[in-house]
Structure formats: structure tokens, C-alpha cells
Design a protein around this ligand. Structure first.
Ligand code: UDX
Length: 451
């Protein structure tokens, strides 16, 4: 009992979105195992689900609403984040003041998602060490430096020139200017402003990234140079702790369905927690899947088809097409699915969590990036690690059928699978004693223990 009270406390501040909450909670568990108490500071929406069940030892604190969820739809994600940062500083500072009183000043540090940079002010005011936590790749961080140095207006004009689009970004092979994460995320001037804020690490003691050295060595070296503070690549965090923080309930019936399929025959399709598609694209996917004759497990998240609650607006032929060879769920236990012997490939939007999870299971990928840094991840999967390929152009049935054959049936897919298995072993070695990710976590813990 006495020992528990003496534990130093770490305050975590996630972004209220699935792809950010999950790795932050995994980090929390990893630090908790290392004898720190954890307080999670949340806003009013997209909170960690069933906290007392999944995180019984953690303290959860909700700060007063600074920006309602309805503003997210009205403003779009980028402007929402900018405004959230502008409006949250005071209530967060008050919250830390209260926590310091409650905890007898026993806060070892604040770890905040890089998008929640308003936390830097409270850390500075109360002289508490802070760490910035990034849930995306190191290459994405570097591309933000590139973007923050570009003149937004000039960039817009330049980007209409195909020669500029195809130009390589200096020291960032194989990135071309058109691969920079600028499309589909919202107005460019807002993106540039957000990038400038994010690359300013304020008074942070270091940057924690859910990545692995062996995947991104050159980006990590460049990032370290740009930042001038320590960078801790300690991923993949889901290998360190299996924190459950899903905002949606997992449908485990798909595991029973997978148990009945042949080894490496199934294509698993999931486009993460945010992507939305048009009905006609979904139908093209279904036609392609159907004519490929490969079994498939497809996550169709409620609300992911524009204008539909789920799949009720799709024509009857859809259910017929998918029921022959496929299985549909609203949300799957993704990590378990990717590790299932029946899964032969992953058709993904290439969110960073999905990318890491697929690498850890040695599953090759069909890459269909939508926006933000997903394009960068897809590029790395295809051109750097050689364990996936991009679905080019519009989604249409012929292309889908061809891609599925390439990945599951043909030799090219088998080669990708072999490379994926080699990469899997390297990544897994990084979290074992003495591995690079193991050491990165050890370094943070040592830093916090001596602070
Ligand atoms: C978002 C961005 O899109 C992504 O690019 C960024 O890196 C993080 O924030 P999201 O779109 O949700 O995330 O994708 P991703 O990063 O892949 O995260 C999805 C998470 O949901 C993964 O951890 C995955 O395991 C989980 N998931 C997905 C499930 O548990 N079940 C599912 O059915 C689908």
C-alpha cells in the first residue's frame, strides 16, 4: 500500500480519436508496468471506453468542454484541432493545478499527443517535464518539417506543376513532393499553421514515437537533427502492452469464420476508424472481391459508407455477392485477425497503427491510402520495405480482382510475404531485452526516475 502511494504519476493527454487513443493507452500500460501511476486527461467525447474494466489502476479526469464535438463536423479536423488548442489551455492548466494539489506535487511528467500542444503551457508554468507523443511515423514528422518550411502560397502554385510534383523531397528518399501529406486533410493554410505548431516542441524533454528504428532509420536520424532533443522510437506499442481502448465493440464471430478457412487464403479488409467511401466504390470493391473468388473478411464500420448508417442502402445484389465468399463485421479484433493463420493479405487504408500491426504479423498489404500521412505509409510499404503495393487510380472491379490475385495467388505476393516475415522478426527483436525499442522505453523510465 505504501509503495503504491509513493509511485510517481504520469499525466497522459490523448487526442479523442481511435487511432490516437489506442497507442496512448498502450504507452500508459507500459509505463504503469514500470511502476508509474497514470492519470488520463480527457475531453467530453470519444472517451476511453469501459475505463474501470480495462484500466482499473488508472485515474481518469475529464476537463470542461472547450469545443463541442459538433464543431468537428462543422470545422473539419484541422481547424477543429487548431481551435481546440486555442481554447483548452486554461482548463488544462487548472486541471494540472488541481492534480498537483491532490497528488502532493507528485507528477513526474505530462505526455501529450503532438496534436494537443496546448499542454506545453501548463508543463512550463508548473515546471513539470513533458514529452510529446507521436502516433504516426518518423517519416511523417520529417515531412511536417518540410511542410512547415515551405511557403504555403508558393507551394500551392508550384504543386500545379507536374515537374514539381514529381520532384524528390531533399534527403527524404523516396518521397516526391506530391507524396507530402497535404491532400484530403482540409485547407492548406490551416495545415501549414498546424504543422508549424506541431514542429515547435516548446519545452518538451523529448519526443516519443510509436515506431521502430529498423523501419525508419534515416528519418529518425534526420528528425533527431531537426529537433535537438532526444527521440524515443519505442514501438510497436501493442507488443509491449495489449491495452484495449476500442470505441466500438469487437465482433468476435469472425474468428470462428476464419477458423474454417484455408491457411493464407483470406484477404482482410479494413479502412480504420475515420475513412468514408462512396456507395459506388463499395460496390466496385464487392464486384472485384466476388469475381476474384478469394475468401474475404471485410470490416464495414457503421457510418463508413457516405449517406448510410451501415449497409442498409446497398442493393440486394451486394448481400448476395458477399455472402458467397465473404464475411462482414462492423468492427473486428484486428490484431487477432492479422495473426490468424487463414489471413493471407491485408487491404488497408494504411493508417500507421494498421501498418505496424500488419508488419508485426508478417502480413503483406494492398495499400489504398486516403488522406494525411496514409500516402507516406503506403509509399514506405511499397518502395522501402517491399511488403505491399498501391491500388492505383479509381476503385474499379477489374483492378480489385487483379490486385487480389497479385497478392494472394501470384509469386509476387509470395515474395512480399517472405519479406514481410523477415521484417516481422526484426521488429519483434526490437522489443526484446536489449532491442532498440526496449532500450528506448528503458531510457524514458530512467530519465523519469532521476528527474
Ligand atoms: C488515424 C489516421 O487515419 C492514421 O493515419 C493515423 O496514423 C492515426 O489516426 P485510423 O484511420 O483509425 O487512424 O487508422 P489506424 O492508425 O490504422 O488505426 C486503426 C486502429 O483501429 C488500429 O489499431 C486497428 O487495430 C483498430 N481496428 C480497426 C480494430 O481494432 N478493428 C477494426 O475492425 C478496425
Amino acid at each position: 500500500m505504501e509503495k503504491a502511494e509513493a509511485k510517481r504519476r504520469i499525466v497522459l493527454v490523448p487526442v479523442p480519436a481511435q487511432g490516437h487513443i489506442t497507442p496512448m493507452m498502450q504507452l500508459g500500460k507500459a509505463l504503469n508496468i514500470n511502476d508509474f501511476s497514470i492519470t488520463v486527461v480527457e475531453g467530453q467525447f470519444n472517451k476511453v471506453s469501459s475505463p474501470s474494466q480495462h484500466f482499473p489502476d488508472f485515474q481518469f479526469v475529464t476537463i470542461p468542454e472547450c469545443l463541442p464535438e459538433s464543431e468537428l463536423e462543422r470545422l473539419g479536423p484541422l481547424e477543429f484541432l487548431l481551435k481546440l488548442n486555442k481554447t483548452s489551455e486554461t482548463s488544462f492548466t487548472d486541471c494540472i493545478r488541481q492534480l498537483l494539489l491532490q497528488q502532493g506535487n507528485n507528477i513526474a511528467c505530462i505526455i501529450y499527443d503532438e496534436f494537443m500542444y496546448f499542454c506545453g503551457a501548463a508543463a512550463k508554468e508548473f515546471k513539470i517535464p513533458s514529452f510529446v507523443f507521436s502516433t504516426s511515423s518518423a517519416t511523417n514528422q520529417v515531412s511536417r518539417y518540410v511542410l512547415s518550411k515551405l511557403n504555403a502560397e508558393k507551394f500551392l502554385i508550384d504543386m500545379e506543376d507536374p515537374i514539381v510534383q514529381d520532384k524528390m523531397v531533399e534527403n527524404l528518399h523516396p518521397l516526391r513532393y506530391k507524396d507530402l501529406p497535404t491532400s484530403g486533410v482540409g485547407p492548406l493554410d490551416i495545415l501549414f499553421e498546424l504543422c508549424r505548431e506541431i514542429v515547435n516542441k516548446r519545452t518538451a524533454s523529448g519526443v516519443i514515437i510509436n515506431t521502430v528504428s529498423c523501419l525508419e532509420r534515416s528519418s529518425l536520424t534526420r528528425l533527431q537533427k531537426e529537433l535537438g532533443i532526444p527521440v524515443y522510437p519505442l514501438g510497436p506499442l501493442h507488443l509491449k502492452s495489449s491495452a484495449i481502448s476500442g470505441l466500438l465493440e469487437e465482433d468476435r464471430s469472425c474468428i470462428e469464420w476464419l477458423n474454417k478457412q484455408k491457411p493464407r487464403s483470406v484477404i482482410y479488409i479494413s479502412l480504420g476508424s475515420i475513412v468514408q467511401m462512396e456507395t459506388k466504390e463499395v460496390l466496385e470493391m464487392a464486384w472485384g472481391l466476388s469475381s476474384s473468388n478469394q475468401p474475404f473478411l471485410w470490416v464495414i464500420r457503421p457510418g463508413s459508407i457516405k449517406g448510410s448508417k451501415w449497409i442498409e442502402s446497398l442493393p440486394e445484389e451486394f448481400s448476395k455477392m458477399v455472402s458467397e465468399k465473404g464475411y462482414i463485421v462492423k468492427w473486428a479484433p484486428q490484431i487477432e485477425v492479422l495473426g490468424h493463420p487463414a489471413v493471407g493479405g491485408f487491404w488497408s487504408h494504411c493508417g500507421w497503427n494498421s501498418t505496424l500491426e500488419s508488419i508485426v504479423e508478417g502480413v503483406p498489404m494492398i495499400c489504398m491510402p486516403f488522406d494525411g500521412e496514409q500516402k507516406l505509409n503506403a509509399l514506405c510499404l511499397e518502395s522501402v520495405w517491399g511488403i505491399g503495393f498501391q491500388l492505383q487510380g479509381k476503385v474499379e472491379r477489374g483492378g480489385v480482382e487483379r490486385a487480389l490475385k497479385r497478392l494472394i495467388v501470384e509469386e509476387e505476393g509470395a515474395d512480399m510475404r517472405e519479406r514481410a516475415l523477415v521484417l516481422k522478426e526484426k521488429v519483434k527483436a526490437s522489443v526484446r531485452i536489449g532491442g532498440s525499442s526496449y532500450k528506448a522505453l528503458e531510457d524514458i523510465v530512467n530519465y523519469l526516475e532521476t528527474e
